[in-house]
Design a binder for this molecule. Structure first.
Ligand SMILES: C[S@@+](CC[C@H](N)C(=O)[O-])C[C@H]1O[C@@H](n2cnc3c(N)ncnc32)[C@H](O)[C@@H]1O
Length: 337
C-alpha cells in the first residue's frame, strides 16, 4: 500500500474511521483544513487562477460607484459598514477605498470596512496591501464575530463559489450521494452511496443536484443582519438560476483543470453558484450589463486620456474581457439582495 503523504494523513484517518467523507467534507478539508487547506496555507491568487479584480482596477472602481449609489439611497448616513466577504489578496477593497478617497470623500468618511476572511495567511497579505487604510479596516474570521451598529453593505467577488457542496445523483428511482472513500489499493476514490437523508423530487436518470448547506447558512446570516440594521449585498459569481442538473464542481491547479482527487489541498475546488438560493433578490444581471450600467466605459474614457496609445489599448482589452459576452461578461452574474 502506498505511503500516505503527511498533508493527507488527517483526511485518510477520518475516512478510515467513518469509511467515507461526503463531497462537502472533502472540500472543507482540501480548501480549509487549518494546517493544510489550500486557502489556509498560501496565497493562491494570480498563481492558480485570477479573478476580475486583477484584470483591471476599473472593475473595482465600478463597484465603488455602486457603493456610492447605495450610500446615497440610504440618505448618506454618517456611518455605514462596508463588509467584503473573502478578500483574497485585498486588491478589490484597496482599489475601492482608493477611488472613494479620491473622488467621493463624504462616502469614504462614512465607511468603516470589515473583511470577513477565513484564511490567516490571506489576512496577513490583506493587511500588508491595505497599509494605507489600516485605521479604516478590521478583520473577522467569521461573520459570527461581526457586530454592526449601522446599515451594512456586503460585497463579495467569487466568494460563494468557494463553499463546499454536496452532490446527489438520480439513479433508477433513488438519489445517491457522492462520497470520497479509499480503494483497496489505499488511494482516494469516488463512490455514490444510497441516501435517505434528503428529500428530492424524482428526476431523469443521471441528473445531479448540488446543495451547499454552508452557503445557505451564510446567506441566511447575511439576511438577518440586513433585516436588523438595513443595507444590501452585491455578489458576483459564475452560476445559474435554473438548475443545470449536472456536476459543476471544477478543480484548477496552476491555471489548468485537474481531477477532483488529484493535488488535494494544492488545487482550487469551486462550483457554480445556485442563485435561486438568493431569492428574494433586488436585481440579477450579467456582469457585463452591471459594469456598463455603472459606468465602466465612462471611467475608461476618463482614465484613458492620460495614457499612451499602447496603455490605452491594453486597458480597452481588459475592459472588454470583463464586459464582452464572449469572455466574462455573460458567464459571471451580479446578484443584489
Ligand atoms: C476565490 S477567492 C476570491 C478572492 C477575491 N474576492 C477576488 O475576487 O480576488 C475566495 C476568498 O474567500 C475566502 N473564503 C472562502 N470561504 C470563506 C468563508 N467561509 N469565510 C470567509 N472567507 C472565506 C478565501 O480565503 C479567499 O480569500
Amino acid at each position: 500500500m502506498a505511503e500516505v503523504p503527511f498533508h493527507l494523513d488527517k483526511l485518510f484517518s477520518i475516512i478510515r474511521d467513518k469509511s467515507y467523507v461526503t463531497l462537502a467534507e472533502y472540500m472543507e478539508y482540501a480548501l480549509y483544513d487549518r494546517e493544510y487547506g489550500y486557502y489556509m496555507k498560501q496565497n493562491p491568487l494570480d498563481k492558480d487562477f485570477i479573478t476580475s479584480v486583477s484584470i483591471t482596477q476599473l472593475f473595482c472602481e465600478t463597484l465603488a460607484l455602486w457603493i456610492v449609489d447605495e450610500w446615497t439611497n440610504f440618505q448618506a448616513p454618517v456611518h455605514i459598514h462596508l463588509v467584503e466577504l473573502g478578500a483574497g489578496n485585498g486588491t478589490m477593497i484597496y482599489d475601492i477605498l482608493n477611488f472613494l478617497f479620491r473622488y467621493h470623500k463624504n462616502c469614504f468618511e462614512a465607511i468603516s470596512v470589515t473583511i470577513i476572511e477565513v484564511s490567516p495567511t490571506l489576512i496577513l497579505v490583506q493587511k500588508k496591501k491595505l497599509d494605507d487604510f489600516i485605521d479604516k479596516v478590521d478583520w473577522r474570521q467569521s461573520l459570527l464575530y461581526f457586530k454592526p451598529c449601522a446599515p451594512v453593505l456586503f460585497i463579495g467577488n467569487e466568494f460563494f463559489d468557494a463553499f463546499p457542496v454536496d452532490q446527489y445523483l438520480f439513479t433508477s428511482r433513488l438519489w445517491k450521494q457522492k462520497v470520497i472513500s479509499l480503494s483497496e489499493e489505499g488511494s482516494l476514490c469516488v463512490l455514490w452511496k444510497k441516501t435517505h437523508n434528503i428529500e428530492l423530487p424524482l428526476r431523469n436518470i443521471g441528473d445531479v443536484i448540488e446543495i451547499s448547506t454552508g452557503r445557505m447558512t451564510f446567506l441566511y446570516d447575511i439576511r438577518l443582519i440586513i433585516a436588523k440594521y438595513g443595507g444590501s449585498g452585491l455578489f458576483i459569481d459564475y452560476g445559474y438560476f435554473d438548475k443545470p442538473y449536472k456536476d459543476t464542481v471544477q478543480c484548477m491547479f496552476q491555471n489548468s483543470y485537474c481531477d477532483l482527487l488529484d493535488n488535494v489541498t494544492c488545487s482550487d475546488i469551486t462550483c457554480y453558484v445556485d442563485f435561486s438560493e438568493f431569492s428574494p433578490y433586488k436585481r440579477y444581471i450579467t456582469q457585463g450589463e452591471f459594469l456598463v450600467q455603472y459606468g465602466i466605459y465612462q471611467r475608461l474614457e476618463s482614465v484613458g486620456q492620460n495614457l499612451s496609445f499602447s496603455q490605452k489599448c491594453k486597458l480597452v482589452y481588459a475592459v472588454e474581457r470583463l464586459v464582452n459576452r464572449n469572455y466574462m461578461g455573460d458567464i459571471f452574474k451580479v446578484i443584489i439582495i
